[in-house]
Design a protein around this ligand. Sequence first.
Ligand code: AMP
Length: 273
Amino acid sequence: MQKQAIAWERAGIQVGFVPTMGFLHEGHLSLVDLIRERSKILIVSIFVNPTQFAVGEDLEKYPRNMERDLALCESRKVDYVFAPETKDVYPSDASTFVFEEKVSAGLCGQARPTHFKGVTTICSKLFNLCRPTWVALGQKDAQQVVVIKRMIEDMHFPVEVVIGPTLRESDGLAMSSRNSYLNERQRIDALLINKALQSGASLVEEKDIRNVDRVKAEVMTVLRQGSLLRVNYAEVVNRETMELENEIKPGRSMLVVAAWVDSIRLIDNRLLG
Ligand code: AMP
């Protein structure tokens, strides 16, 4: 992969890159569409990255379907799928990791303390192997976007981030490979996450409320309707830094929620204003 990528680089061919863990859905494919035009070569990586899962998380049962993923990539004019094996990405004697210390500390990083270290490490490796000019990332994983942008800047990767909006199912549920875990009953409660984000946002957008606690209380009221839902966090943050906001600034502040439906952990967010 790297030899080929270096050859493209020398020939002045610009590469677009969409890193994924596979089990592709329209959300992933919208990222392909987002950078298809500007990329001479478009690469999608499919790799269920073990280092971003903690012991006891869903690494083994994470959904996989390579045949279907390859067909979807072909249908969307992806040039190359890079699907390495774990032993090649992480040789057994590998002892170097990339770790962002600030943005990754809160929110998902608090609940999953080793998660973002796995994310920044795999992204560094994939950037070095595929040498993209552009990488497309989904706003659905808002904290991940800020962490990766921070790492790109801090480590001087010559990569530009292009962010795509969150794609949703027709009922409003944010698309996610993990949605395949949800049974009918669990899905009803999962829908409350988007409903809670909408209710919180409507206070800001229709009633001009700028008080963080008032909006968080509204979000929690909706989330508490789900008997299977356990809230991890519901916060208002600055979308650029992920720092908690004291007051809502429309266009800058973002509502972020993480919750478990039984043992299935889901995240979603919505820009306010
Ligand atoms: P994943 O396979 O879950 O690691 O996601 C790969 C990329 O797809 C990440 O940049 C995600 O943010 C993005 N992504 C995941 N779900 C969605 C969605 N519903 N809409 C847009 N992008 C998404």
